[in-house]
Design a protein around this ligand. Sequence first.
Ligand code: NAD
Length: 330
Amino acid sequence: VQKSILNQNQRSFAHALTGAKVLVAGCKGQIGLPLVHALCKEVGRENVVAADISDKKADLPCKFEQLDVADFGRYEKIVKDHKITYIVHLAAILSALGERFPDRANSVNVTGFLNAINLARDNKCKIYCPSSIAVFGGEHFPKVNTPDDVILQPETIYGVTKVFNEMLGNYYHKKFGVDFRAIRYPGVISSEKYEFNGTTDYSTQIFFEALEKGHYKCFLGPKSDLPMIYIDDCIQGTIDFLKADSTKLKRRTYNMAGISFNPEQLAASLQKLLPNFEIQYEPDFRQKIADAWPKSIDDSNAQKDWGWSYNVTVDDLAQKIFDGIDEQYK
Ligand code: NAD
């Protein structure tokens, strides 16, 4: 009787990450590093392998393998050597960098993803690959409260490659039964310095320049509303989604709304923390990218299917970012 109660309990706590051997490909970026730490807590550091093309030093609590995701042979060797069962494929060239190096974006975001999903199919791994609000674009979708299913006409190579990832993931799910999952992240805000290669990165950069120089020249105009999320909340949502029961997922790609605000509103919240802070606006090529993206997102499917919820104000968010910044900058 005891054994059957134990089995019942184990079953009720079992989730999609239970017993998983996870590979995080593209582990040294803004999302990779905190996600690796969270995964090590979730499944144990001996069950996580972190991989990246970069050999720069990073605070990794688990095994590390150097990997160019465009190199199928190397990717396959890592999956097989470590008996990987869950591929978290993060490696990508982001929006602003992709516009400067479109060929590189194709190699990493298309070839790299093709390698990952073929490995997932052939080695029976689950696969998670984040998508982005960059899949939206053009004139034929509602920019306020954008739902999951709209016409996708992205205007950056990054967005085009992310649409390809979503479509291929969906196709492999239907055709081969691959457990592919994606969240369309909004802009992700951190309290750390990293390479600011995204269009929403002003929201992190502004804090460091405010602390270091007292002013910030913003590359987007004051009224550029965009959806954003704080990194800790993004990581928690991602872990919840990775754990979600596949049979409860009514779709393979989900919107994640975060909170929408513009540079003027964020600057006002920052001025409450640093009263002498000043902002100027000098929009560059990233303004056009931002203008094509949604102002706010509808994520009711994520709420219904896997219990996602998010409720913060811009002041809360500014406080979170500020509190998370290392004392050395303050
Ligand atoms: P990032 O640019 O900070 O990090 C990307 C990582 O991938 C880096 O460590 C880089 O060295 C690595 N990489 C690049 N090319 C590689 C290759 N060929 N092989 C192996 N590794 C390679 O990006 P991020 O913000 O951590 O984004 C992670 C994922 O989340 C990406 O798929 C991105 O599209 C998605 N996403 C991010 C945001 C955001 O605001 N940060 C928003 C939406 C979606």
